[in-house]
Structure formats: structure tokens, C-alpha cells
Design a binder for this molecule. Structure first.
Ligand code: GLU
Length: 327
């Protein structure tokens, strides 16, 4: 034990010296090159070329943003009999689908082990309204491409995972009113020379499978070569390893990736609007109305702004979308 201590101390000093010499402890100067990637590093498991053309996401044409008018929020223990709400209440926990790799929205705090973020706060507000306790909740981890499948199979009550409302998705599932509006943008290395979507012609771009940015990018830059991965973290890895030139999705997700790597940055103007809502399986209108009541309360009580300030202030000032209802 004692004999090892000097060796450990020397090793620690060497690591510290190496970090200091390479500047790893400092934010890089704007024009410093990113760490070079080795050519034959394998791509993340499940990274595959996008071979089909996806629909352009559109939330406007079918009036997709209109949701069911909230009813009175029933007090816990007085959920209407035989309703979805009564079933959730008697189970004793709300089952929420999300992922744990979306920094800022839903991610695991490596110190405490807790799952945190803006989407998690939305999910906890729903649980609090049902049970009077934000912790009566079970998180089921899913990928972007799994969200609709989990809802349709009844594996989760709600999906709260940066899920954009689109006309196509509304054929398959129901949505609450929007609770956040993001914009599709581009993430690239700081010194890449990429300034906007036009610069992606003929370039390699990564997106998670089953997301809205794929169709929009295909329509704007048909010559871009798109690779899809299971998670956004895999896209960041591919960008860092020089296996793609850019990542494209919502600015809110890209900002969370950019926070993890000072050599990358979010670039260019908005390519299109993304309205996040709570996904709910079809046929559970009482749950849709209940969630809309909770979101109304979150918005008007000032909680939304607190949540925004806590998680998303790096995106600049923000305000909640105003809901549109039908009866
Ligand atoms: N908002 C986009 C979508 O719903 C991307 C979200 C995500 O991958 O989590 O497809």
C-alpha cells in the first residue's frame, strides 16, 4: 500500500501535467483545431445509412397543434370511475416514457443518479396533479424511434421526450397542447466552415432514428448523406470522431450536446419549428384533457418560467406556447 503511493502520486502529477499542456482544462480558443480523430475507429453500434425518404414534418396543415380543452382537474382519489385517470390512480404511479441521454430535457445526474431535466419536470408536474406527490412515477427508458410503439403497446401512460407534434404522428397517437417550441438547426465542429444548411450539400449528417429532422433535412438538402443512430449521444460521438460532418435536430437538443463538447457549436438559422407535446395513446381523451389542465396550471402559475430558467436559459429568453383547444 505504502510502496504504491509514490507511483500513484507520480501518475496523477503526469496526468495533470499532460492535461495542462494540452489545454484540456481550458475552454479552447475559437480557432483551435478539434482533437484529431483516428480514421479506423468503429462507428457506434446501430449507426446505419438512412435509405428511405421521410415525410417533411408539418404541424400546421392538419391543425395538429389544437388539443382537447382541459376539464376540471379532479382531486386525487376522485378520478372518474372506469377512466384512464382512475386506472393510473389505482396503480399508484404514472408510467412515463423518456430517455436518459437528452441533456437539459431528460438525463441521469451522474452524481446523484436521479433523472432530471425540463421534460422530467413536466412529467413530475403531471404525477403531482394525479397523486399529490411528484415522485409517484416510473420512468421507462426509450429511444426517439420507440416513442409511438411504446404508446401504442400500452407500455407507458405518457411519453414526455422532446416529442414534436406532426400531422403524421397524429394519425397514430394523441397529443397534449404544446408545452415548448424548438427550432431545427445544425451542430458542427467550430472550425468546420459550415455556416448554414446550404453547406451540408454532399456532406454526412447524423440524426437519431425516427425523428422529424430527417425529412426536413432531406427536403432542404437532398444531397446530404444521412446516418441514423439510436441516440443523440451516438451522433455526438460520430461528429467528434470525424465520421459525420454535422448533426441536425432541435436547437434544444443540440444545445445539450454542445454543452458536453466545447469544440462543437449550434449553427445557422431555424430550418423549421418543432412543437413539443406529451404523447398519449389514442382512446384516452380523459388523460389528454387532464394533462392539458396540468400544462395550463404549469404555464399560468409561473412554474414553466422557473423550469425554463433552471434548465434552458442557455437558449436565451423563452416563453411558453399559448394553447389552442377544441371541445
Ligand atoms: N423533436 C424531434 C422529434 O420529435 C426530435 C426529438 C428526439 O429525438 O427526442 O422527432
Amino acid at each position: 500500500m505504502t510502496a504504491r503511493r509514490p507511483a500513484a502520486t507520480i501518475l496523477a502529477a503526469m496526468v495533470l501535467a499532460a492535461l495542462t499542456m494540452t489545454g484540456c482544462t481550458e475552454f479552447p480558443a475559437p480557432d483551435s483545431p478539434p482533437p484529431s480523430a483516428t480514421a479506423d475507429i468503429p462507428t457506434p453500434p446501430g449507426a446505419i445509412p438512412q435509405t428511405t425518404v421521410e415525410p417533411v414534418p408539418d404541424a400546421g396543415d392538419c391543425d395538429a397543434l389544437t388539443s382537447l380543452r382541459p376539464g376540471q382537474l379532479p382531486t386525487p382519489r376522485r378520478m372518474p370511475a372506469r377512466s384512464t385517470m382512475a386506472a393510473i390512480f389505482s396503480r399508484g404511479r404514472l408510467i412515463v416514457g423518456l430517455d436518459i441521454g437528452s441533456n437539459l430535457f431528460s438525463f441521469r445526474d451522474t452524481i446523484t443518479g436521479d433523472i432530471k431535466g425540463f421534460d422530467v419536470d413536466i412529467a413530475r408536474a403531471i404525477a403531482r396533479a394525479v397523486f399529490g406527490d411528484p415522485n409517484q412515477i416510473e420512468f421507462r427508458v426509450l429511444t426517439s424511434g420507440d416513442r409511438i410503439k411504446y404508446l401504442q403497446k400500452g407500455d407507458v401512460d405518457v411519453v414526455v421526450k422532446t416529442m414534436s407534434i406532426t400531422c403524421d404522428r397524429r394519425q397514430a397517437v394523441s397529443f397534449s397542447a404544446p408545452y415548448y417550441v424548438a427550432a431545427q438547426r445544425i451542430l458542427a465542429q467550430r472550425n468546420s466552415g459550415i455556416a448554414d444548411a446550404g453547406d451540408l450539400a454532399g456532406k454526412r449528417v447524423c440524426a437519431a432514428r425516427g425523428v422529424t429532422s430527417i425529412g426536413r433535412l432531406q427536403s432542404i438538402v437532398p444531397t446530404a448523406h444521412i446516418t441514423t443512430t439510436s441516440t443523440w449521444a451516438d451522433c455526438l460521438v460520430m461528429l467528434q470522431q470525424g465520421q459525420v460532418d454535422a448533426v441536425s435536430t432541435d436547437d434544444a437538443i443540440l444545445a445539450g450536446l454542445a454543452e458536453q463538447d466545447p469544440w462543437v457549436r449550434v449553427i445557422g438559422p431555424s430550418l423549421g419549428e418543432e412543437n413539443y407535446a406529451v404523447g398519449i395513446a389514442k382512446g384516452h381523451d380523459d388523460l389528454v384533457r387532464f394533462v392539458n389542465g396540468v400544462l395550463d396550471d404549469v404555464r399560468t402559475s409561473g412554474q414553466w418560467q422557473q423550469m425554463y430558467n433552471r434548465w434552458l436559459s442557455i437558449l436565451g429568453p423563452g416563453s411558453p406556447p399559448i394553447p389552442r383547444y377544441q371541445d
